[in-house]
Design a protein around this ligand. Structure first.
Ligand code: PMV
Length: 320
């Protein structure tokens, strides 16, 4: 029986940036995301008599690259009392260069593949909690469309659920690949360092209101309200990085050039907004009718830039 599981990546419109409990990966805030159709990870598991092995895109990974996957596997094995050595095979259909985090799809697919392999029956809530232990944002990739990760207060109460699994909203995303190199500051490190910002407390305090406003925008199919708030929320996250002690930023000169271009497009009446994660790349939120024009404008300013189109993707899928 084929036990391959597919999980799509997600992009947060209201971001998770701060941990309450790093070990359990409990967040200090709730977050809300859009699951993306264009980017996904396929993962399958086999038993082996040899040592644990991790293959990514058909290439066996060395110890350093396998470390996070193996320590997550150990956690799952302990939890479910499983003792086999395993071969994990993952294929990332996230263009390595797209600048989109693959950890959300990677750990969602791994959690689901593990449960599938051992016939462990978990509902989506439990699966989301398990994925969260691999990478926080992975808990949202269990669901398609718009997903909410409610922060909760404990392992039991911190999980994601679907707000709308198959949204009708005209929402399109362009991932603009400005720099394809691996980020220098991991999200774990960035979240920790950001807590020294004088604006960290206000950032946490605004979360309730921003979640409410984003949910309202989605329910009303209000693209403008969604775009404005997603952009504000991303800028708040990057503002606390810039005001941390010592300060840091994921922005690069081209990130600012891209922001300026988006402002310029808006001034011309082409409605679009941006969001930025823990890296220099920009994701543009727009409506389908404007996506071609926006793409062309980016291509004109940034020579040979790669741009990937995406819209809503589904939740966890079993490829049997
Ligand atoms: O799940 P992590 O540890 O890779 O953190 C994700 C952090 C952001 O992508 C910046 C925000 C988010 O909510 O996805």
């Amino acid at each position: 029986m084929n036990k391959t599981v597919r999980a799509h990546t997600n992009i947060a419109l209201i971001k998770y940036w701060g941990k309450k409990d790093p070990k359990l990966r409990l967040p200090l805030m709730s977050s809300l995301s859009m699951t993306l159709d264009a980017f996904y990870t396929d993962t399958s598991i086999e038993k082996t008599n040899g040592e644990n092995q991790f293959y990514l895109n058909n290439k066996k990974q060395d110890e350093t690259n396998s470390k996070r996957v193996f320590s997550y596997l150990d956690l799952l094995k302990r939890k479910f009392d499983c003792h086999d050595n395993l071969i994990i095979k993952s294929t990332n259909h996230v263009p390595t260069s797209a600048g989109l985090a693959s950890s959300s799809s990677a750990f969602a697919a791994l959690a689901a593949a593990f449960c599938k392999y051992y016939n462990i029956s978990v509902d989506k809530t439990e699966l989301s909690r398990l994925a969260r232990m691999g990478s926080g944002s992975a808990c949202r990739s269990i669901f398609g469309g718009f997903a909410i990760w409610q922060k909760g207060e404990s392992d039991e109460s911190s999980y994601a659920y679907a707000l709308v699994e198959e949204p009708k909203m005209d929402l399109h995303l362009l991932a603009i690949e400005l720099n394809t190199k691996q980020k220098k500051i991991s999200s774990t490190r960035g979240m920790k360092d950001a807590q020294s910002s004088p604006f960290f407390e206000p950032w946490i305090k605004r979360n309730d209101l921003e979640m409410k406003q984003m949910i309202a925008a989605i329910k009303k199919n209000d693209f403008t309200a969604l775009g404005k708030l997603a952009e504000l929320n991303a800028n708040e996250m990057h503002a606390i990085n810039l005001t941390a002690q010592p300060e840091f930023t994921y922005f690069e000169p081209n990130t600012l050039r891209a922001i300026k271009l988006i402002e310029q497009l808006r001034n011309e009446g082409i409605e679009c907004y941006y969001t930025i994660d823990a890296g220099p790349n920009i994701k543009v939120l727009c409506q389908l009718r404007n996506s071609k024009e926006i793409k062309e404008r980016f291509e004109r300013i940034f020579n040979s830039v790669n741009i990937v189109d995406a819209s809503f993707g589904p939740g966890i899928t079993y490829l049997d």
